[in-house]
Ligand binder design. Structure first.
Ligand code: XIL
Length: 386
């Protein structure tokens, strides 16, 4: 009984010391330093050479974090980005909920917001295998019926925006993620993904979607968009081969650009691989975009959460460097006339889809309180060549 109190008192002393009460000696249990406050960059997009778009994916429609009902998010978008992408509400399940019904109200409201702020819009996405409406997923028909269904879908959506707000949706992701990640037949290129589109129409669905989109809006830039194009050489090879076939078609397929989603981590893919993949895409002569940039700091290559429970100053500095290096590599690799721009996939960390997999992630340029992170300075310095 008598011994207990001194033992508890000693324990408390030990704990207090370990928790950094002494001001941050290198003890293993010391709380890591959070990132220091960062000075805001006045206008990120104004730093971009040659008016290259600097974009951001925004939540809208019924989302609780919709940019249309959030002042702090609007402030960030208005200040820093010249282009927006709907994070979800311009996907097939939102725009084309029934076989004979389209729903444009939420997208139109977002477009009106973009117009009011002088922003352009990148359209995402016409043809994908995810976020499909149930009726489309369950569609049955012969190849002609599938083709008609797809062409109507692409034509109606592209035409809607081109007619309602000419020149605002300046580009589209026409086809997203059509290739697999592994080169099953070992020919140096990954294969076409087994989707409803491939099954219903065959490999020509991609060219057909591009032709249909071009006929609906001659002025919009049309992109093929995918992830890991910088990390899986066989996947990039498949896309470059497709582009080559499009160019050599007797009736060339109207593709304007290649979109690199660029959902990356601090160390994968290595920056040299990112630089060479961007350069290889630019060598096609097409435009090149970084379309969905985010940088995870606490997720391993298998997708497992890492040990961090808060973003530390040291890791935030690594993320700053990573943003800098990617932006800089893009500007080095892609000639000015071919720059479709760089877009980040979300406004603030609290919005990031990477948190679905790991709540302890901080992949974006602004923190949960909508304050600028070191990553913002890294992006800015990448743009200005600092
Ligand atoms: C994601 C959104 O960020 C999430 O909110 C949604 O639940 C799933 O889709 N590649 C794409 C984007 O092309 O459309 C995805 O967006 C992220 C991966």
């Amino acid at each position: 009984m008598k011994l207990r109190i001194p033992i508890i008192a000693a324990l408390i002393v030990v704990l207090l010391t370990a928790c950094g009460g002494s001001g941050g000696g290198g003890g293993g249990l010391a709380a890591p330093e959070p990132p220091p406050p960062v000075a805001d960059v006045p206008n990120l997009y104004a730093l971009a050479p040659g008016n290259m778009p600097v974009g951001v994916a925004v939540p809208a429609g019924g989302a609780s974090n919709s940019v249309l009902t959030s002042m702090p998010r609007q402030t960030i978008v208005d200040d820093h980005f010249s282009q927006i992408t709907a994070e979800n509400i311009m996907k097939p399940s939102f725009l084309h909920p029934g076989a004979n019904s389209y729903f444009f109200d939420d997208a139109d409201a977002l477009i009106d917001y973009a117009v009011s702020q002088g922003k352009t819009v990148h359209g995402h996405v016409l043809i994908w295998h995810q976020q499909l409406p149930a009726w489309m997923q369950n569609f049955s028909g012969n190849a002609t019926e599938w083709t008609n269904m797809m062409e109507n879908h692409v034509d109606t959506i592209v035409r809607h925006f081109a007619v309602r707000n000419p020149g605002v949706v300046v580009s589209w992701d026409v086809v997203n993620e059509a290739f697999t990640d592994s080169d099953a037949n070992m020919d140096g290129m990954t294969e076409l993904r087994d989707t409803i589109w491939l099954q219903g129409i065959g490999p020509d669905y991609i060219a057909d979607a591009f032709r249909t989109a071009k006929a609906a809006d001659f002025d919009a830039d049309l992109y093929y968009n995918d992830y890991n194009l910088a990390g899986i050489p066989e996947k990039l090879a498949a896309v470059l081969d497709m582009v080559d076939q499009f160019a050599n078609d007797p009736n060339p397929v109207p593709i304007d650009g290649i979109g690199f989603q660029m959902h990356v981590s601090l160390d994968w893919p290595p920056i040299g691989d990112i630089a060479s993949a961007l350069a290889a895409a630019a060598a096609t002569g097409l435009k090149v975009r970084i379309s969905e940039l985010d940088v995870t700091v606490n997720t391993d290559s298998a997708g497992n959460p890492g040990p961090l429970t808060q973003l530390t100053a040291a890791v935030a500095a690594q993320q700053q460097q990573r943003y800098h290096d990617i932006v800089s590599a893009y500007l080095d690799a892609v000639p000015a006339a071919q720059r479709g721009g760089i877009a980040v996939w979300g406004i603030a960390d609290v919005d990031s889809w990477r948190r679905n997999n790991n709540p302890d992630e901080w992949p974006l340029l602004f923190d949960d309180q909508f304050q600028p992170k070191p990553a913002l300075q890294g992006f800015a310095d990448g743009l200005t060549g600092n």
